[in-house]
Design a protein around this ligand. Structure first.
Ligand SMILES: Cc1ncc(COP(=O)(O)O)c(C=O)c1O
Length: 424
């Protein structure tokens, strides 16, 4: 990845020439580096499993649900973490068994929920309406159902995710358990909590685990239910600069070891003797972001009224939803001896908000030059919009150096195949 203050030139990604990639697959183009994905997964897995062997990674589909990416993480041993009917169907299409699917989220469709329960998925309840629905499903199938509960906890993160799950502090989480006990249709088996995304302070997780275990033992002492799974969600940071951090004041990005030390340390501190629940990690961004790139091309060079040069690129906010959170790294591709000047990078949309970088020192670029934007692997693909133009191709550079088209560029058939035009 580019160093974010100075501009690098990059002519290849994982030994594949950018020139060749663009000639073969066009521009813009998303590119993933298989070796980097596997290395990063193993780095995280080893950091946790070496400290706490009973750890399960569940790949967060929403972070990137391209089949090739999910398959790669499943090959590495990850289960699936899903939050919708679409993601359920995706995981099942990849032949993931129900017991290896963790079903989260506030909007589980009833038919999917029922199917997932029958298949043995681990369902984490988000609210009381869902609890009631699962009670009804238990009555229909004439069988008690093991469930998890998503907890809402205050661990001191600024961006609060309090609207997900049931609050421990307000007593609603405990009321949900009391209701399960009373109905005799559900049995609490797991606790889940996802505190935020891009969590830069690993000690937040120690706080989270402490609160989860306190709640687990309150449940055990009151109702005799021992918790088998402690699911700490995702949120580990990738290596990039947040948009609102001042240059030079960026916070250090914790490593896999930092997160694992905090989480497993808290487990060891709070677990009762003889209790060894499965630890579940739903990391998304930290595993995939830095292995993904977006190659874009200069469409035009223009000038603002004050003389600032700006470039229109063939990719913008339609493909890079994460621009809202991060300042994306930029690397040039063609050799260029021109002195850098303050410039702006815009996307191709007819929208004033379509800006890739507000201010960046760039040498004079010309139409057809490429830039490599990164990290681009997390959320950008799943949140890309076919707004104004087609979504681009995605290529994976395999470990053996071959190039694999893992999603073709869209065409009009993808866009209008479900439409029914007016007849004359
Ligand atoms: C429940 C849950 N698990 C896991 C994730 C993955 O988070 P991240 O990509 O920040 O690791 C998310 C993201 O929103 C989530 O909501």
């Amino acid at each position: 990845m580019t160093s974010l203050s100075t501009l690098n030139t990059r002519t290849s990604i994982a030994h594949a020439s950018i020139d060749q990639l663009v000639r073969e697959f066009g521009s813009p183009l998303f590119v993933f580096d298989e070796r980097s994905l596997r290395t990063q997964f193993r780095c995280y897995r080893d950091a946790f499993v070496s400290r706490y062997p009973k750890t399960l990674f569940a790949w967060s589909y929403k972070t990137n649900y391209l089949q090739a990416i999910c398959t790669l993480f499943h090959q590495e041993g990850a289960a699936a973490e899903i939050v919708s009917t679409m993601e359920w169907e995706k995981a099942r299409k990849l032949a993931i068994s129900g017991e290896r699917i963790i079903f989260n989220g506030p909007n589980k469709r009833r038919d999917t929920l029922r199917e997932a329960i029958i298949a043995g998925a681990r369902v984490n309840i988000d609210h009381f309406d869902e609890l009631q629905e699962i009670e009804e499903i238990a009555a229909e199938i004439k069988h008690p159902i093991d469930v998890g509960l998503r907890l809402s906890l205050d661990v001191g993160e600024k961006a609060t995710w309090a609207r997900f799950g049931l609050s421990v502090d307000s007593g609603e989480a405990l009321r949900a358990v009391e209701r399960m006990v009373a109905s005799e249709r559900l049995r609490l088996r797991g606790l889940h909590c996802h505190i935020a995304t891009f969590v830069l302070d690993a000690s937040r997780y120690a706080n989270q685990v402490g609160q989860m275990l306190r709640f687990a033992y309150e449940v055990e002492d009151r109702f005799g239910w021992r918790i088998d799974d402690i699911d700490v969600g995702g949120g580990f940071a990738s290596r990039c600069r947040l948009r609102h951090s001042k240059p030079g004041k960026e916070r250090r990005i914790p490593t896999a070891d930092d997160y694992a030390t905090a989480i497993v340390g808290a487990l060891r501190q709070h677990l009762r003797p003889g209790h060894e629940p499965e630890l579940i990690i739903e990391s998304g961004r930290a595993l995939v972001d830095n292995a993904g790139y977006l190659i874009t091309s200069v469409v035009a060079r223009k000038q603002l009224p004050d003389g600032t040069p700006f470039y229109v690129l063939d990719a913008g906010t339609n493909l890079l939803s994460m621009l809202a959170l991060i300042e994306i790294g930029v690397e040039t591709v063609q050799p260029n001896d021109d002195s850098p000047v303050k410039s702006m990078l815009c996307g191709p949309l007819c929208m004033n908000t379509d800006i890739v970088r507000h201010e960046i020192d760039l040498p004079k670029l010309k139409r057809g030059d490429q830039l490599v934007l990164s990290p681009a692997g997390a959320y950008n693909i799943t949140q890309s919009m076919p707004f104004i133009d087609y979504r681009p191709a995605v290529v994976m550079i395999r470990e053996n150096g071959t190039l694999k088209l893992i999603r073709a560029r869209e065409d009009l058939t993808d866009i209008d195949r479900r439409e029914d035009p007016l007849d004359e």
